[in-house]
Structure formats: C-alpha cells, structure tokens
Design a protein around this ligand. Structure first.
Ligand code: EPU
Length: 349
C-alpha cells in the first residue's frame, strides 16, 4: 500500500540547510535516510526531509604503524548508500565496514541506528558524526564516543531526537588486516567459499593459513553470500530488515527458557544465545521460530520463512494494519510463552 507525506524535501547542498526556513515547513519534520528501517503506518501529515548529498573523501593518514600499515579515515556524505561505502572500502583494500556489507540504508542513518551485523557495529568504526544543529543553526562535529551508542540506538534516537541532521560521517579504516570472523557463521562460510583444495601450492593454501591472506573483499563477498541466503532482497520483496531487537535477559530468566526448550525439544537441546556480561542475549528469531511463526501470513504480511526475525510484504499489497497485526501477534505469543516483551527494531512513523 502506498502512503504519502505532505511535503518531501531533498537536500543535496549543505548550505541549503542554513537558509531553509524550517518553521515554514509542514510539521512535524521527519528526517529519513534510505527508509529501509521504517514502517509508515499511514499518510504522514508533515515534511519528510532526505539528505541526498554524495561523496566519499579519503582523509590523510591518522597514524602509521609497523610494516607501513596505516590507520586512515574517510568522510562519507549522509546520502551515500551504506553498501556503496562498504564496496568502496573493500576495493581500496581498507578494513572496517566489510562485515556490514549489504545492509540496506544510507550512511546518515547508519550513525543514528548504529547498524550492526556479524559482530561489528557502526559505532566500532565511527570517528566523528558531522551534523547540522537545528537548535543553534550551525554545523557541528560530534565525536562518535559522545553519541551514546548502544545496540541499535544512539542519542540521535533518544535525547537528541529532532535536533541534528546528519550531513556526513567520518569512519576509521585500516590497511592492517582486522578480520572479525567469530559471529554468525562467517568463518564457516569463508572456509566453504575459499577452500583448501588438493594440489594447491603453499601460497594458494588458505585455511588455516587463510587468515594471513584475507582481504576485506573476501569478507565482503562472504557476508554478502550469507545475507543473500537468509534475507529477502529489498528490490524484490519489501521488508524493513530485522523487525525486532534481540532481547537481553538475566541468567535466571534464561534458565527458565532453557527448561521450556528442553521440555519441548528433548534434554540434549541447546538454546542459541550470546553472553553479554552477566546477562544473556537470546535471538528473537529463535523464539519466533519455536512458536511456529515461520512463514505465517496475515493478509499480505508474512513472517519470512528463511529468517523469521523479518516481516515481509509478501504480496506487495500488505497494508500497515496487517504488518502491525502480525507484529502484535508475534509479540503477544512470545510474551505469553517466554515472558519476554519483544521490542521492534523498525521505527513506526
Ligand atoms: N534462528 C532460528 N531459526 C531461524 C533463524 C535463526 O532459530 O530460522 C536462530 C539461530 O540460532 C541463529 C540465531 O537465531 O543462530 C540468530 O540468527 P542470525 O544469525 O541470522 O541473526 P539475528 O540475531 O537474527 C542479527 C541482526 C541482523 C544481522 C544478523 C547477523 C538484530 C535485530 N539483527 O540478526 O541485522 O544481519 O544478526 O549479524 O540484531 C537488521 O538489523 O536489519 C539485521 C538484519
């Protein structure tokens, strides 16, 4: 279903932010990136503003380490598609965003949402966020460390909501290999993709020597391979990526969930989880799967069969009401069975 906004403003020149009369725009004002993590629940009565500025600038070297390897940085305009930045960095042989390859959306939003995948979050490589401060009507540079980053959140989503319009982000990059392989099957997929074959010369041998030969491009290709297998292609099937955040619960609560899972699946059954300090992160996808939601439809809305954390517009005609009804059914069932209230990752506008 199509929804519309009262006014759509696209900004390509940063100076225009200084002269734009914000008060004259239909209110409220909503700053949108690629829109890939949003659910519009109906027509929007105000202004949607999109930063469409472009450009990636490689900055002078920050520091040079042993063997001529260097820490570099790149300043990337808010309107650049995040994956285009990932592709650029990999082509330049620069490490940093490779695990974040193929995440939909734009660079500006990546710094609001602290996007993440395969053990890396945007905050790990964000050096500085460049923004227009609507309150003081001037451009500011905010160190990444001051942005209050957490799991899929930042001060831009909370205390600072509405104040800043992100214009660009400076990311830290490195020529030194920094492979992060220990999350979400990246190592296994890498081994499968770049296997050791009989008759290979010593130089060609990869795992376990693969580590010394890795390039950001190899990780990028591997991550893209995993994502293409599990996640819907936004060009074909509408979705907003992960619909829910993965909940973090205390250990006692986790043990109760383990007991439920073992009662249902047998005493040997192991519940997937990640330790987060003394608490435990349980994949929402697992709970949704255990509740039998995989592939479930409600009108045109569907729990994606290959990754049940995603709700898709399966028919292309799903209404916002159908998506929200399916969301509520998932939340209610998980709450009843596991005592956990799932929170949407997708922003409802
Ligand atoms: N699982 C099932 N059944 C399934 C699918 C998954 O039980 O059908 C269980 C498995 O045990 C699996 C676990 O759920 O190990 C986690 O699944 P997966 O590794 O696919 O990742 P996720 O926790 O569901 C998160 C991010 C994704 C990111 C992946 C990879 C959130 C909300 N989502 O998903 O981010 O790509 O990890 O790192 O943290 C997004 O934000 O839009 C997004 C796609």
């Amino acid at each position: 279903m199509r929804v519309s906004c009262r006014l759509y403003v696209e900004v390509t020149e940063l100076e225009d932010l200084l002269t734009l009369d914000f008060d004259a725009l239909p209110q409220p004002l909503f700053v949108m990136g690629g829109g890939s993590n949003l659910l519009f629940t109906g027509d929007f009565p105000g202004t949607v503003l999109h930063m469409a500025n472009q450009g990636i600038t490689l900055n002078p070297v920050i520091s040079t380490k042993a063997e001529g390897r260097a820490e570099k940085s790149a300043t990337v305009a808010a309107g650049v598609v995040f994956d285009d930045f990932c592709a650029w960095a990999a082509a330049e042989g620069l490490w940093g965003p490779e695990n974040l390859s193929l995440i939909p959306g734009e660079v500006g939003a990546s710094a609001v949402q602290n996007i993440g995948a395969y053990g890396v979050e945007a905050k790990d490589i964000i050096d500085t966020v460049h923004a227009f401060d609507r309150q003081e009507r001037r451009f500011v540079d905010i160190p990444g460390a001051d942005c209050g980053y957490g799991y899929r959140t930042s001060l831009f989503k909370t205390a600072w909501k509405g104040r800043y319009i992100i214009t660009a982000v400076t990311f830290r990059l490195s020529t030194a290999p920094q492979p992060k392989l220990d999350y979400g099957g990246v190592r296994k997929a890498l081994e499968a993709r770049f296997p050791v074959k009989p008759g290979m010369t010593e130089e060609e041998v990869v795992m376990p020597d693969l580590i010394g030969h890795l390039t950001p491009q190899m990780i990028r290709e591997t991550v893209i391979g995993i994502r293409e297998q599990k996640l819907p292609d936004p060009k074909e099937t509408g979705s907003a990526g992960s619909f829910f955040c993965n909940p973090v619960i205390d250990r006692e609560h986790f043990e109760r969930i383990v007991a439920i899972a073992k009662a249902e699946n047998g005493p040997e059954y192991e519940v997937p989880h990640y330790d987060v300090g003394d608490r435990v992160k349980v994949p929402a996808a697992w709970m949704i799967d255990q509740c039998g939601f995989k592939g479930m439809r409600l009108g045109g809305a569907q729990v994606y069969p290959k990754q049940p954390l995603v709700i898709v517009n399966a028919t292309g005609t799903a209404t916002p009401e159908e998506i929200v009804a399916l969301e509520q059914r998932v939340i209610g069932t998980i709450k009843e069975k596991y005592g956990i209230e799932l929170h949407p990752e997708v922003e409802h506008v």
